[in-house]
Design a protein around this ligand. Structure first.
Ligand code: PMP
Length: 353
């Protein structure tokens, strides 16, 4: 740290993304990326747009917002485009948390980082023993902005929409942010509730279900007044937050959404088959509606398994948080990749040395 660093930030512990080692070629099952590359027409859209890179991108992202709105059956003034959904989450912490924030103790690790970055007091509410959310924990805390990943990460568990609605309805004077990064793999989107709930903000991403993690594209959906607040924050930080190649990729991607959704279905099928294979090896696997599995084995510690897989060139995500340190989060890759993964796990279990 330099002596110039603001005291405001001196105690920050930044979010740690999944490792991206370069020492060898790994089978990467650690950052929930798609095993499918972007659709060729999407790559072509970026290539074409690159020849105009001397010009700023559209600061209103109108074509993309219109395409998203058409896809979701809302209007463009209900959509904001962001540089990865992380940006929308940060904006929501900046914009809507004067009363503090609440989120589960086991959830996306960026929430406490954003809260601390923005000086927002927060409470982490323990999930139930089975890692499900008890909606009453949130209805009992009026005035505090709620952040829920749904499906949750790293558990993969989906909270039924009826519970999401109960939380939204319990206090119309605070915002409920539903982070739907993984919803396309088996959840049900809360976007349908937005017309009834002016306090509901849904955050989505192109990173997972649309194979665009490296392009950095996300969006948030809510009633126009909520979105206008986020636009105030965006235009006060970086009005050209989404570059023109990425805007073009996003719009082209939505024009081929049947391919994206087909890929999601494939991932969900491979996920369910992999979960069965792991269960037959003695794993306890949480019921996942996402593109990853969260699993533990009674015969091997989470970190031990993570290390042994890594030594075999396979990366999964291990978290050292005490409550979940027995588990690993395994991204669902292609059928072939998951075969390799399961075979490696079987070998490790057979040779515990
Ligand atoms: N929310 C959750 C729950 C996530 O796991 C991630 C991915 N790390 C994000 C949001 C952010 O995704 P992105 O910024 O790539 O849209």
């Amino acid at each position: 740290m330099s002596r110039f660093f603001s005291e405001k930030y001196a105690a920050l512990t930044p979010y740690v993304p999944g490792e991206q080692p370069r020492d060898m070629q790994y089978l990467k099952l650690n950052t929930n990326e798609s095993p499918f590359p972007p659709i060729p027409a999407v790559v072509e859209a970026a290539r074409e747009e690159a020849s105009r890179a001397h010009l700023y991108s559209d600061p209103t992202a109108l074509a993309l917002r219109q395409a998203i709105a058409d896809r979701l059956g809302v209007t463009p003034d209900m959509v904001i485009a962001v540089n990865g959904s992380d940006e929308a989450l940060n904006f929501a912490f900046m914009a809507f948390c004067d009363g503090g924030a609440v989120f589960p103790d086991v959830t996306y690790g960026f929430y406490p980082v954003f809260a601390r970055l923005n000086g927002i007091p927060y409470e982490e509410i323990p999930l139930r023993d089975d890692f499900t959310v008890d909606p009453e924990d949130y209805t009992a805390r009026p005035g505090k902005t709620v952040f829920l990943a749904n499906p949750n990460a790293p558990t993969g568990i989906f909270l039924p929409l009826s519970s999401v609605e109960r939380i939204a309805a319990s206090d119309p004077d605070r915002v409920l942010v539903v982070d739907e990064a993984y919803v396309d793999f088996g959840g049900e989107s809360a976007v349908t509730l937005i017309p009834q709930y002016p306090n509901l903000l849904v955050v989505r991403t192109f990173s997972k279900s649309r194979s665009l993690a490296g392009a950095r594209l996300g969006f948030a959906v809510g009633q126009p007044a909520l979105i206008a607040d986020l636009e105030t924050i965006r235009n006060s930080t970086n009005p050209y937050n989404v570059n023109r190649m990425t805007l073009a990729m996003g719009t082209a991607s939505l024009a081929h959404d049947d391919v994206n959704l087909g890929n999601c279905k494939t991932v969900a099928d491979v996920r369910d088959r992999t979960a069965e294979a792991l269960r037959s090896l003695g794993f306890e696997v949480l019921p996942s509606s996402a593109n990853f599995l969260f699993a533990r084995h009674p015969g091997i510690g989470g970190e031990d398994l993570y290390r042994k897989l890594r030594a075999r060139g396979i990366l999964v995500r291990h978290f050292s948080l005490p409550r979940i340190r027995d588990y690993n989060r395994i991204t669902v890759g292609s059928a072939e990749q998951m075969k390799t993964f399961v075979a490696a796990v079987r070998e490790i279990l057979e040779d515990p040395s």
